[in-house]
Design a protein around this ligand. Structure first.
Ligand SMILES: [Zn+2]
Length: 238
């Protein structure tokens, strides 16, 4: 890792200061799937579209466009009101949960019709070894964000309980949902609600080695909404 030293001079009416910034860059690992018109959304949900109002190339002063899409788009944080009547909307979720040390843990389960559920025995880290309040699970069951596959994995409610018992307050997954696609009772979501644990879904983790990182995945303050897209990144712990 290299160290960059930059000298910045700032001047205003009354003072002139020389400030030296010493920076050891920590590489960012982007775990956000690209948002393109091709990104797959839940069957029946609203896909991405961009309406271009004007462009510089077309003679306008600026380029300006409008985004239309589900808020459960690619990497996103769920508001508790998505799965609980009267529960917190995304703007009211505790922001600190989405930023800080995390574990990326392998959870290899089979892709099978109806979807597997990741249980306590499937995760490749002893729950007693978890020492950060954020856990991202790498199932590998949703490999291509531009091609929806319905056999992605969800979580067993007992795993949510075991992680909550350990003090985990945020669980992320590399699939579109913490429940399997055909789930009618949303058993995992219900445990998140009961245990007050927050959800990140749609993370791109195939290129990430299991280990400990800093997670940055802040939702937008979309008042009253049931989710927000996030730009999720990891970097090595300082
Ligand atoms: Zn969601």
């Amino acid at each position: 890792m290299t160290t960059t030293v930059t000298t910045v001079t700032t001047t205003n009416k009354t003072t002139a200061t020389n400030m030296t910034i010493t920076m050891t860059p920590r590489a960012l690992i982007d775990i956000t799937p690209a948002i393109t018109p091709d990104i797959a959304v839940w069957p029946g949900d609203t896909p991405v579209s961009r309406e271009v109002l004007c462009t510089i190339e077309g003679g306008a002063t600026i380029t300006l466009s409008t985004l239309r899409a589900t808020v459960h788009l690619g990497a996103h944080a769920d508001g508790a009101n998505h799965y609980g009547a009267g529960a917190a909307s995304i703007d009211a979720m505790p922001l600190a949960r989405y930023l800080g040390p995390c574990h990326v843990i392998d959870a290899p389960v089979a892709r099978r019709e109806g979807g597997s559920r990741v249980g306590v025995g499937d995760i490749r880290l002893d729950i007693a070894a978890i020492r950060h309040p954020r856990v991202l699970l790498r199932t590998g069951t949703f490999p291509d964000f531009t091609r929806w596959n319905s056999d992605f994995a969800g979580l067993e409610p007992a795993l949510v309980d075991a992680l909550a018992d350990r003090g985990v307050t945020l669980i992320g997954i590399d699939t579109p949902s913490v429940d399997v696609q055909e789930s009618k009772d949303l058993a995992a979501h219900k445990r998140f609600l009961a245990r007050d644990v927050s959800i990140l879904e749609g993370l791109r983790l195939a290129h990430v080695a299991p280990g400990e990182y800093e997670l940055i995945a802040l939702p937008l303050p979309l008042v009253g909404f049931d989710a927000s897209p996030v730009r999720a990144v990891l970097r090595s712990l300082a």
